[in-house]
Design a protein around this ligand. Sequence first.
Ligand code: UGA
Length: 441
Amino acid sequence: MKITIFGTGYVGLTQAACLAEVGHSVCCVDTDEHRISQLNQGLSPLYEPGLEALLRGNLAAGRLHFTTDAGEGVAFAKVIFIAVGTPPDEDGSADMRYVFAVTDTIAEHAVDAKVVINKSTSPVGTAQRIKAHLDAVLARQRRQLDMQVVSNPEFLKEGSAVDDCMRPERIIIGIDGEPDTELFRELYKPFSRNHEKLIVMDSRSAELTKYAANSMLATRISFINEMANLAERLGADIEMVRKGIGSDSRIGYDFIYAGCGYGGSCFPKDIQALQRTAAEAGYHPQLLEAVESVNHRQKHKVFENIKRHYNGDLNGKTFAVWGLSFKPNTDDMREAPSRVLLEALWAEGARVRAFDPEAMQEASRLYGARLDLHLVDSKEEALDNAHALVILTEWLNFRIADFGLVRQCLHDKVVFDGRNIFEPLHLAREGLAYYSIGRAP
Ligand code: UGA
């Protein structure tokens, strides 16, 4: 099948590579000329395990190409995906200008009927708005084309985007009216494998499903963080509590890891956008509000531990920081807890020596050259002349540490762990003070 995808971010690019990999012929459109030229050389603009290999293989096989020519993209296929960003507006609602810019482009160039599939996370009612918008533009131009608009939200995670896309747990198709699902069954047949993954519903339910899924996951994280804060005060161990509740199959083990708060481009933005949608619908979503405020507090948790340890005086101290990305296997620092910590440390006159396996370039893009930030080449180098170690991302390679070296390097022999990657008893035996999340020292 021929497919056009507008947008080469995480969602658009991964989707394009995976659809091409299973044999479809894919044209990807983006307005960013530099990005498109890099992509045509097989260079991925983002770090995502396995993505670049898929891009190269499918470019070479001729199943995938990239262009800035929107007219070419619209002409290429009957099936057109919208996979552009919906960043937060000033008031937290989703900024839909890119989605509607693509809608205009499709209306402008289409000479035959299209199936427009919206993958961008968008407020409830967007598919219907896109349909109305397309029809209105065509009517103004006295043209008549039977445009179908479908909501098909994406559930992939950064860091495992290719895997999630190749092996989806479900494929949500939101179609209004009399649903003809044949096209979607054919499109997604290679991903369904042994059992049907398609769940068909109306477009509004599909759009709310996306927000509900992210809100549920974020709720689990804020819940366990709340329990962790309580565990600290009650002398309990949140890791034990996690195992205890996760063993209940109704609860399960996923997304109940206590830490320094959730970040990334999705949870924070989607929780806020759903709150705005709720307010517009005249409803006060108390739980969502609490999920967000617990997370906000949690992002300051490591800093509070540091301040308490140093009795409020951080001036002139140097902190080794392991991990800058909002989670492992990505170079993404959007809404990362590391940003809250770094900025809080600098405000108190402290210095930072930071290392991340992938996010160094992003950190230097965000913070540029400043005297109180030293970006170093390894986790060991970060320890040089530091007073304390802070862990903010649970990269696998941080889990095995040479504690002898840590003890020898750190002036103050103290570790602040925002991801609970070590055992408190073990660190005590190594002669290191250890602050974790929700565990007795
Ligand atoms: C999230 C969802 O998991 C995807 O299903 C969804 O498609 C995506 O948003 C999106 O809307 O595009 P992502 O933001 O890539 O994916 O990352 P997650 O793995 O969900 O992690 C989000 C944050 O939660 C990270 O900062 C992570 O450290 C934190 N987290 C996660 C915890 O603090 N505890 C946990 O137990 C799990």
